[in-house]
Design a protein around this ligand. Structure first.
Ligand code: AMP
Length: 444
């Protein structure tokens, strides 16, 4: 049994770093509650034990001070609803969630002090303080005053050495800091993909930019047998190889990176699959004129906004022959109806391959949105809540290990690169949260 599952929270105040960074519409209604939903089992286990929960999270990108649109109070009604969903015991008294309109300071401390077993306190947005992202030690210490136990259940931000995700660890003894249930399952599935994968292993990488995905691409060269590159980022590769890409997305400063990656892939025997053809459009619009063209022969003034029919077949064929599948990033501008076919056909192929016995993990905001939108979320092996964390898994693991000191007990295998970074860091990451920052700094 894991450290979290076997821990008895009775009478304890658990300070939980959750990732409630959910999308909100103009009326502050949550449009996708996956991240909140995913943390509910962790919170419920603590309450069931007779403990209380203090929840801390960031939301959006505030500029360093309070902003109404990023207030976590907008999440209260829905969080309350989710925590009160109780199919086992519908008679149970309704749980009220308290709110502190500052994540540190007298009010938060008082509310936390008065918190009774079975109660929940939600703190205001951590990023209303710029100290959070800076990993400020003083800020982390103030947060740490709010709980007896620190539980890290925010996989989506676990790769960042922020005050609440890493630096705070040093203020809790090792026995009082741990992963929550969501972190545990995310780590197990990411590890299954990146360190214990059955071959052939295909990584499907899409989305807008090469620059956003270069880390995972480089990381995957060591692990995957096949890498499918789709979406806007494919055109930088096409152009690097001398193709004509018209007005398609292009990062001129990443041509060298793309060429290097192709060269390294060849040297390692990793097959890179670029889309044979594209669905091209005369403007970036849902009512654009469209046509199909080879991805390296796109006329001037036209742009590739989705993979074409031949590329769908080409990619699906690779996916159907794979035993491990990682998918991050859409194949086209799937938000527009006329450019979603490619992403949809990949989603279906991933689901079909999973049914045939492959292990599939979908991670990263937009591909997760796509599998939900097209109805395949329950037909893949695992849908991850953390895009960035999954992409930067090596670093995520460095941070997570340092934060909780529990990875090793769970039998994770260190890569050489990670071991080297750990060796380089000033303090052993398993013994101090402070070393998180060092580990990360040395990793970048
Ligand atoms: P990312 O967050 O990097 O995974 O990128 C997701 C975004 O990439 C989505 O909003 C897509 O609309 C966009 N995208 C995918 N393919 C293309 C393309 N061919 N041209 C422009 N944008 C694209």
């Amino acid at each position: 049994m894991s450290k979290f599952s076997s821990f008895n929270f009775s009478g304890k105040k658990a300070l939980i770093r959750v990732d409630f960074n959910v999308p909100l519409d103009a009326e502050y209604k949550i449009t996708d509650d996956t991240r909140i939903r995913s943390s509910i089992p962790t919170i419920k286990k603590i309450l069931k034990d007779g403990g209380s929960a203090i929840l801390m999270s960031h939301l959006g990108r505030p500029k360093g001070g309070p902003e109404e649109k990023y207030s976590l109070k907008h999440l209260l009604p829905h969080l309350q609803e989710l925590l009160n969903e109780n199919p086992d015991n519908p008679q149970q008294a309704r749980l009220n969630i308290l709110f502190a309109n500052d994540c540190i300071g007298e009010q938060a401390e008082q509310k936390s002090k008065n918190l009774q077993p079975g109660e929940v306190l939600l703190l205001e947005n951590l990023r209303f303080y710029k100290e959070e992202e800076k990993g400020d030690t003083g800020f982390a210490e103030k947060l740490s005053r709010l709980g007896d136990i620190w539980v890290n259940d925010a996989f989506g931000t676990a790769h960042r050495a922020h005050a609440s995700t890493a630096v705070i660890a040093q203020f809790f003894p090792v026995e009082n800091r741990m992963f929550g249930l969501l972190m545990e399952s995310e780590i197990i599935s990411a590890d299954k993909i990146l360190n214990n994968s059955s071959k052939p292993f295909v990584a499907i990488i899409g989305g807008a930019k090469v620059s956003d995905k270069i880390l995972i691409l480089e990381n995957l060269l060591e692990r995957a047998t096949d890498i499918i590159i789709g979406g806007g980022m494919a055109y930088t590769f096409m152009k690097a190889e001398g193709g004509q890409i018209g007005n398609s997305l292009f990062e001129a400063d990443k041509v060298g990176t793309a060429l290097n990656l192709l060269k390294n892939a060849e040297a390692r025997g990793v097959n890179i699959h670029l889309p044979a053809d594209s669905l091209i459009a005369d403007k970036f619009s849902a009512d654009a004129e469209t046509s199909a063209a080879p991805s390296n022969l796109i006329p001037d003034d036209w742009m590739g906004l989705d993979i074409g029919p031949n590329a769908c077949e080409q990619f699906c064929n690779v996916i159907m022959h794979s035993k491990t599948i990682l998918w991050n990033g859409p194949m086209g501008v799937f938000e527009m109806h006329n450019f979603q076919h490619g992403t949809k056909c990949i989603a279906k192929a991933v689901a079909d391959a999973t049914q045939k016995g492959a292990y599939s993990l979908v991670g990263g905001g937009d591909s997760v949105a796509a599998v939900h939108q097209f109805g395949y979320a329950d037909k893949v092996s695992y849908v991850s809540t953390g895009g960035g964390a999954l992409l930067e898994w090596e670093r995520a693991r460095a941070g997570a290990t340092a934060c909780t000191g529990s990875c090793r007990h769970r039998g994770f295998v260190e890569t050489k690169a990670f071991a080297q970074r750990r060796h380089n860091s000033a303090v052993h990451p398993l013994h101090s949260g402070r070393s998180c920052t060092n580990t990360r700094a040395s990793a970048i």
